[in-house]
Write a protein that binds this ligand. Structure first.
Ligand code: TLP
Length: 349
């Protein structure tokens, strides 16, 4: 039986073209700003997202942390959605390393946050009792909200209230190119109103390592110092940037295929008795569905699926995540559905 790995798009491996580019990459010492491949990647990424400058980092977690460190001092406050990856899955780095506390506002089902909630939650500098708000975070696509996409106007509405209060907006755009492909708009339309964006090369774009943070020249200058402090100055990182350049050239348009497979997957899951998913709502490559508690817990379901050679991840006690990516074909989707259906039938028997 062939293993079908739907845990995450992070499992994607570099393409042959990436490996060749990595072998031949021109490199230099990036801490001195002298790696030509890193410089090219940073410039290309910034241009694609409509920003002045970029900074390559080791991971999405590192980019998000560096953005926080660039905006926040100890005791400041960050506003983000209650389903944000930065809150759930980044080891508490914003609190432990940046010294900033997080204030949560509800995420809606589309992964957005209500501008009025943000406006009500912003606290000014100057009151000794307050943790002053110095950053608002958005996420697009939204991981825990089933890969949902925020539109340019939804993004702008939150940015407007933050900016009126003088607070910058960071976008965790780990999968921003999935969002752009889903909405069929240039990525820069989704990033126009935010102050900076972090996106990942190592997810659906298939690179082995890396993320790029983009923003104004001043912001990136500040971020460069924090990257050094957290141990992210990687010297001849051009070997990795070379794969990133290939990714930006060759891996973006094909994301539509992953989205189509995710919709097919969701439609099939919706037909399995005991599973619940709103198949029509799937916009990108992440499918989160619920399992009837009478059938199984997510942990037991995940184990049974692994025995059937289908790897999945679980975001909640009764919810499971499947992610499509470059190594998952339409046939794999059909096969995963038939194994899932068998696993559910065995639980119900
Ligand atoms: N997400 C991973 C896991 O951490 C859950 C995944 O498999 O989806 N922002 C978002 C929205 C993300 O989904 C992730 C990774 C990150 C940031 C962090 O990126 P890395 O893993 O590069 O630190």
């Amino acid at each position: 039986m062939v293993l079908i790995d739907l845990r995450s798009d992070t499992v994607t491996k570099p393409t042959d073209e990436m490996r060749r580019a990595m072998a031949e990459a021109e490199v230099g010492d990036d801490v001195y700003g002298e790696d030509p491949s890193v410089n090219e990647l940073q410039e290309r990424a910034a241009a694609m997202l409509g920003k002045e400058a970029g900074l390559m980092t080791a991971s999405g977690t590192m980019s998000n942390l560096i953005a926080t460190m660039s905006y926040c001092s100890r005791g400041d406050e960050i506003i983000m959605g209650d389903q944000a990856h930065m809150f759930w899955n980044e080891s508490g780095g914003q609190a432990a390393l940046a010294g900033a506390q997080t204030r949560l506002v509800p995420n809606d089902a589309r992964g957005g946050i209500n501008p009025e909630d943000v406006a009500r939650s912003i606290r000014p500098k100057g009151n000794p009792h307050f943790a002053a708000t110095t950053m608002v975070c958005l996420e697009n696509t939204h991981n825990r909200c089933s890969g949902m996409v925020m539109t340019p106007s939804e993004t702008k509405a939150v940015c407007d209230v933050a900016h009126q209060a003088g607070v910058p907006v960071h976008l965790d755009g780990a999968r921003i190119f999935n969002a752009a492909v889903a909405l069929e708009v240039p990525a820069e339309e989704l990033t126009r109103d935010v102050d900076d964006v972090s996106f990942c090369l190592s997810k659906a774009l298939s690179c082995p390592v890396g993320s790029v943070l983009v923003g104004s020249k001043d912001f990136i200058k500040e971020a460069h110092r924090w990257r050094k402090m957290v141990g992210g100055g990687m010297r001849q990182a051009g070997i990795l940037a070379a794969a990133g350049l290939v990714a930006l050239e060759t891996m973006v348009d094909r994301l539509a295929e992953d989205h189509q497979n995710a919709r097919r997957l969701a439609a099939g899951l919706a037909n399995i008795d005991g599973l619940a998913v709103d198949a029509d709502s799937i916009q990108t490559n992440i499918v989160i569905f619920d399992i009837d508690e009478k059938v199984a817990t997510a942990t037991d379901f995940m184990k049974a699926m692994a025995n059937a050679e289908v790897l999945v991840s679980y975001p909640g006690e009764h919810s499971v995540r499947m992610v499509t990516h470059r190594h998952i074909s339409a046939d794999d989707v059909e096969e995963a559905l038939s194994r899932t259906s068998r696993v559910v039938r065995e639980f119900r028997a």
